[in-house]
Design a protein around this ligand. Structure first.
Ligand SMILES: NC(=O)c1ccc[n+]([C@@H]2O[C@H](COP(=O)([O-])OP(=O)(O)OC[C@H]3O[C@@H](n4cnc5c(N)ncnc54)[C@H](OP(=O)(O)O)[C@@H]3O)[C@@H](O)[C@H]2O)c1
Length: 292
């Protein structure tokens, strides 16, 4: 008998791909899509076997019915200083409702001693899952290639340039579709992925200059990477209305990148999915229209 998988963060970058790939998977699991803003529900209703449930991590009313009859959980929370509180509530509910496997979206180099708070919080949340004794799979991805659309896309479209404080850092950017592919394999195949942690990266480490060149090739026009200072980055992010916690997280991550903490390449995508990780050229070609 097939069971039910609850995908949280289902309208976001990774969650929407998990949903799409799960609904196309031959395993035929029933799927619940955890949606925060109900006006986004139409984004997930297009897929087969998907039932929408509303989830607000800041208000756990209704979580019991969202978790009812769920066998496996894809656990993804948005970047927040409240990550541990949010994930603790979800894990407590998972335990109560008898969930048998949690696949958690974490972050590369999650560690209690990490310099960036978001990485420490992810490790604390991982530990709560381990303590719950529910079998787990932790996905620890590097920076998403989709960040070039979600965060740099606006200025790429308006100025043919993007502005980050990365200097000559090299980063093994990963395509969110590959993270989702690992999540789906783990959710569907189950026990061979129990209690495993996968560092998920792209197939190569690239500088932002190299990324700009590849975006230029894919779009057929010159796109420049402009290195800016931390202060300029802070001011630009503040103007978008971003809160200080997230701005500090982003600046902290760029410091790690400049210190070469994000260039390691892992083989997880190929090991788990049996196919090679998506290259930056493939990502840029597939999404060329998003930069026009
Ligand atoms: N971005 C990266 O490069 C990167 C790299 C490594 C790890 N990560 C980790 O990946 C996770 C983020 O993944 P993502 O980029 O796919 O997320 P995302 O695109 O920002 O999507 C976040 C999802 O969470 C939902 N959400 C927001 N606030 C919520 C709330 N209060 N209650 C319930 N749901 C809520 C959003 O729904 P609404 O849109 O309706 O609010 C959306 O579906 C974070 O844990 C981050 O640390 C990110």
């Amino acid at each position: 008998m097939v069971g039910t998988i609850l995908v949280t963060g289902a309208t976001g970058t990774v969650g929407s791909e998990v949903l799409k790939q799960l609904s196309n998977d031959a395993s035929s699991y029933n799927i619940k899509a955890g949606v925060h803003s109900i006006e986004n529900a139409n984004k997930v209703q297009q897929y087969d076997r998907v039932k929408v449930v509303q989830l607000d991590y800041d208000n756990m009313e209704g979580v019991e019915s969202a978790f009812k009859d769920v066998d496996k959980l894809f656990l993804l929370t948005h970047p927040s200083s409240k990550t541990v509180e949010h994930e603790s509530n979800l894990v407590t509910e998972a335990k109560k409702s008898g969930i048998k496997h949690i696949v958690k979206q974490s972050i590369m180099r999650a560690d209690l001693g990490a310099d960036v708070e978001a990485m420490r919080l992810h490790r604390q949340a991982e530990k709560l899952i381990i303590e719950s004794a529910i079998p787990y799979t932790f996905l620890r991805p590097n920076e998403f290639m989709q960040g070039f659309i979600n965060f740099q896309g606006t200025t790429i479209k308006s100025n043919n340039a993007f502005y980050v404080p990365a200097e000559d850092a090299k980063v093994s950017f990963v395509d969110a579709r590959d993270i989702a592919a690992i999540a789906v394999k783990a959710l569907v195949e189950g026990d061979k992925h129990y209690n495993k942690t996968y560092m998920v990266t792209g197939p190569e480490a690239l500088s932002y200059h190299q990324a700009a060149d590849k975006l230029s090739d894919a779009t057929g026009r010159k796109i420049d990477y402009v290195n800016i200072s931390e202060e300029e980055t802070r001011d630009a992010l503040k103007e978008t209305g971003m809160d200080d916690w997230l701005i500090n997280t982003i600046l902290g991550l760029y410091t790690l990148y400049r210190n070469d903490h994000a260039s390691e390449v892992s083989s997880a995508v190929e090991e788990v999915t049996g196919r090679k990780a998506t290259t930056f050229v493939e990502f840029a070609t597939d999404h060329a229209d998003a930069f026009r």
